[in-house]
Design a protein around this ligand. Structure first.
Ligand SMILES: [Zn+2]
Length: 317
């Protein structure tokens, strides 16, 4: 009988995933529903409760001591609420209280999805063994999380490390967040594709205008496609260099769909880093691809819950 289990929830704009996870990070039982993102908040919550219901019905549930939630952001871990950009029915939604009620009053810990990815990469992935790391997701958006001094650093509200909305272009294009020239506004998949199209790149016969198609064109030597990835790489490099200079990270881990472009993105990114990460203490910064796959959000949420269990045990509560 397992007695050191946690439940993990990974809540995104397209799916709600759940799992029972053991102390070694093994996923023992999974449940999943599509996110009814365009429906009202209660309908979304019902999908979460269905996922939790599959977990609580398991004979393993008796060994579960905490629940970890990694959610699309912004989140507010202090208030226990979430306002995911892609789930309009949830604004300041009291997710922690609702999950606690559905989970038999267990402790519930909430972190942003970028922080969850960082927790997962630090525990089992590419940042393992690194006490100071930035882990990023470059996809439809750009997110991230920090490991500082050997521990994941969620910040008071659970959003720390959100590198996608650092401005790297003072007079750049307006970003949906309200600022200008954000890393995400330049380096996200849709923005890589948009810039390539604006500058004359045209898709193949299949009409695919995704960043993956731009990456394929770049790999084949299309100069406009190459330039769009280089611009994204420079934005990422400037953001990574700023982060390294502020908090002294020694590794940046890059995952997400756009990172699947591999060296099309990473080679210009490493070149640009030599331009922006110039001080002696950031010059040895490594940039590596993420190792965790689609379970990263669940594994990270589980890591946060296990850390809470450990803290609670130490405090004797
Ligand atoms: Zn922004």
């Amino acid at each position: 009988m397992h007695t050191d289990l946690v439940a993990a929830l990974d809540i995104g704009g397209t799916k709600i995933a759940g799992a029972l996870v053991d102390g070694g990070g093994g996923l023992l039982l999974r449940a999943q529903r599509p996110t009814p993102a365009r429906q009202d908040g209660e309908t979304v919550m019902r999908a979460v409760e269905e996922v939790l219901g599959e977990l609580t019905a398991s004979p393993l549930w008796g060994g579960v001591g905490a629940v970890g939630i990694g959610s699309a952001g912004p989140v507010d871990a202090t208030a226990g609420t979430v306002s995911p950009v892609n789930v309009p029915g949830w604004r300041d939604y009291p997710l922690v209280a609702r999950v606690r009620a559905a989970a038999g009053d267990l402790p519930v810990v909430l972190i942003g999805d970028g922080v969850a990815i960082a927790a997962a990469e630090h525990w089992q992935g590419a940042a393992r063994g690194h006490d100071n790391a930035l882990c990023m997701v470059v996809s439809t958006g750009v997110g991230g999380g920090l490991v500082i001094g050997g521990r994941v650093h969620p910040g008071p509200t659970g959003n720390a490390g959100h590198i996608g909305h650092i401005s790297v272009d003072l007079d750049g294009d307006p970003c949906p967040c309200g600022a200008r020239g954000c890393v995400e506004r330049i380096a996200s998949g849709p923005n890589i594709a948009r810039r390539a199209l604006d500058n004359g790149w045209r898709p193949g016969p299949d009409g695919d205008t995704s960043a993956a198609a731009v990456a394929a064109a770049a790999r084949a030597g299309d100069p406009v496609a190459v330039a769009s990835f280089e611009r994204a790489a420079r934005a990422l490099a400037a953001g990574i260099a700023a982060t390294a200079t502020l908090v002294e990270i020694d590794i940046a881990v890059i995952g997400g769909g756009v990172a699947k472009a591999g060296e099309v993105l990473l080679a210009p990114l490493r070149r640009a880093l030599t331009e922006y990460a110039t001080l002696s203490f950031v010059q040895r910064l490594a940039v590596v691809p993420a190792r965790m796959g689609t379970d990263a959000g669940l594994v990270g949420a589980a890591a946060a819950a296990l850390a809470r269990r450990a803290d609670t045990a130490v405090a004797g509560v």
